[in-house]
Design a protein around this ligand. Structure first.
Ligand code: HEL
Length: 412
């Protein structure tokens, strides 16, 4: 399918690259393709086909859950645990990776709502001396336009050795930022969208500086508790997923090498950029609540959904992705890739229909690409472009084409 490509010497899927490093030209005025009204019925058969294809392509298990105005549809294939053969099911908790970024953005936007900072504040005002460029603002961080280098590029250049080197490591935020600052900036502040975990590490530092509390406490008190997300946790630096969970299986770079059980890890390399644990149900509840306006003021949600176009069918807001599907429907949420787990968690513009899909493998661009098909089946119904049967790519390769930056967007 032509999706294998190279990032810092490591093989990842084209879809991964498309999410990571696509400079973008404009912000603010770029409208979603269509509103969510008049959605077609979800195509659960299509979803199942996609999950089965992911299984054939190397995922030990794959599952999806659709919450639609009180109705629930679930599908799962394969196993949560290759050792015991236990089947993967909706109740299984898993690591959500960068879906964490939306949680972190929500906490910061609530703090903006409370008047404790402004989106256009320089980071320097709150964390003096941390960053070398005083022009970097909070908005730049949350929209991946700070120009701060992503330290994970070096860290995971070699997939399994990179992972094993940090599996039990406990980093301070500052150590992670220092790793990023060993590299020159990738762009001037505000000039370009370039996905970087460093942005959300600094965002976590801001949360802790402004509140005097850990991000764990802020997630709990502001989001997990109020929404009743009883299967959602932030256990850093703990290494275990509490309770019933899917084990994660990392795909080595070397073809044919056995999968590595990557379940146990600190995720300290990501923290506020990627260490939340959750379930399909809780992520659907979270994104429905967010887009439904139950977590921030309308004004802050409007800020969160000012889009930078990052590819033909993708845009980024503040800790939030938008995907424009083949049927003209746009959906909002985030993706996650943490060792052993790929997540898609998206909802409609009004939060009325949500889908979360998980495959318990990673470093397998084919599976990641295939899983995108769950969105097509969930939100476009039988008209969606999911092609689970053939395993053919839904994402087009040209989505990775970089776009030229034309200048500083208004209000940035
Ligand atoms: S990458 C992404 C995804 N995000 C970013 C973040 C997350 N995850 C990471 O930065 C982990 C990168 C290493 C993952 C590892 C694997 O596949 O398990 N890959 C390698 O080590 C490759 N050498 C932009 C895809 C997102 O969707 O936002 O999550």
């Amino acid at each position: 399918m032509g999706s294998a490509t190279v990032r810092g010497g490591a093989v990842i899927g084209a879809v991964v690259l498309s999410l990571l490093a696509v400079p973008a030209p404009a912000m603010g005025g770029e409208a979603p393709a269509a509103r969510s009204a008049g959605l077609r019925a979800p195509d659960l058969t299509g979803v199942r086909g996609v999950l089965r294809a992911a299984g054939r392509q190397g995922a030990p298990g794959a599952m999806a859950r659709i919450d639609d105005r009180g109705g629930v549809r679930r599908a799962a294939v394969g196993v949560a645990d290759r050792g015991t053969g236990r089947a993967l099911a909706d109740e299984d908790r898993f690591r959500v990776g960068s879906v964490t970024k939306t949680f972190t953005a929500v906490v910061l936007l609530q703090l903006v709502d409370e008047g404790r900072l402004k989106l256009d504040d320089p980071v320097e005002r709150h964390l003096p001396g941390l960053l070398p460029d005083g022009r970097i603002t909070v908005r730049h961080l949350l929209s991946h336009r700070s120009g701060l280098y992503d330290y994970t590029n070096d860290m995971f250049e070699k997939t399994v050795p990179g992972f094993e080197a940090v599996r039990d490591e406990v980093f301070t935020y500052r150590r992670l930022v220092d790793r990023a600052l060993q590299h020159p900036p990738t762009d001037a502040p505000g000039a370009a969208y370039r996905y970087s975990n460093t942005n959300f590490v600094v965002a976590g530092m801001l949360v802790e500086e402004l509140t005097g509390n850990s991000v764990a406490a802020e997630y709990r008190d502001r989001i997990f508790g109020p929404l009743g997300l009883h299967d959602t946790f932030y256990v850093h630096p703990g290494t275990r997923i509490p309770g019933r969970h899917a084990r994660g299986y990392l795909t080595p770079d070397e073809a044919g090498a056995p999968l590595v059980d990557s379940t146990r890890q600190t995720v300290s390399w990501a923290q506020s950029a990627g260490a939340v644990i959750s379930t399909t149900r809780d992520l659907n509840t979270f994104y429905s609540a967010l887009l439904g306006g139950r977590l921030t003021s309308a004004a802050r949600l409007a800020e969160m959904t000012k889009w930078v176009k990052v590819a033909d069918s993708q845009a980024y807001g503040l800790g939030l992705r938008r995907r424009d599907l083949s049927c003209g429907v746009s959906v909002y949420g985030h993706t996650g890739a943490v060792q052993g787990y790929y997540t898609y968690a998206f909802t409609t513009e009004d939060g009325s229909r949500s889908l979360t899909a998980l495959a318990n493998t990673s470093n397998n661009g084919t599976v990641l690409n295939t899983m995108l098909g769950t969105l097509e089946s969930a939100f476009c119904g039988t008209k969606g472009k999911a092609r689970g049967g053939s395993g053919e790519s839904v994402e087009r390769y040209e989505d990775v084409a970089p776009q030229v930056v034309v200048g500083e967007p208004a209000g940035s």
